[in-house]
Design a protein around this ligand. Structure first.
Ligand SMILES: [Zn+2]
Length: 112
């Protein structure tokens, strides 16, 4: 039932979301996740190497959208920090599933 919520359907498109993102890029200077300054002049991809620049700016949502996060609440993040947080979120979801499997003691995890 959570997936049918208003927030979810409003999703990532539409003018209010784009305006919020522009405001975040215009007004914020530091990464919300690691607290270090973000060089907003860094291109997403380095024009000389063609590689994605992990320290370029990105817009991160405060709460993941599939948990009814408000798409209009977010902040400036390094691309690297944004992606790392997303990966942690997905991994946490996966490991919760694995834990519920019968007899599954997973020694690769340190829960301390
Ligand atoms: Zn960061």
């Amino acid at each position: 039932m959570g997936r049918e919520s208003l927030n979810y359907r409003r999703g990532r498109s539409g003018r209010p979301y784009r305006r919020t993102k522009a405001e975040v890029f215009a007004n914020e200077t530091h990464c919300r996740r690691c607290g270090n300054p973000v060089d907003k002049s860094l291109p997403y991809k380095d024009p000389t190497t063609g590689k994605v620049n992990a320290w370029s700016k990105s817009y991160g949502h405060k709460v993941e959208l599939d948990r009814n996060g408000n798409p209009y609440v977010g902040g400036l993040e390094h691309l690297h920090c944004n992606v790392a947080a997303g990966a942690r979120y997905v991994n946490a979801k996966r490991s919760r599933k694995r834990l519920s499997a019968p007899g599954g003691t997973d020694s690769s995890h340190d829960w301390s």
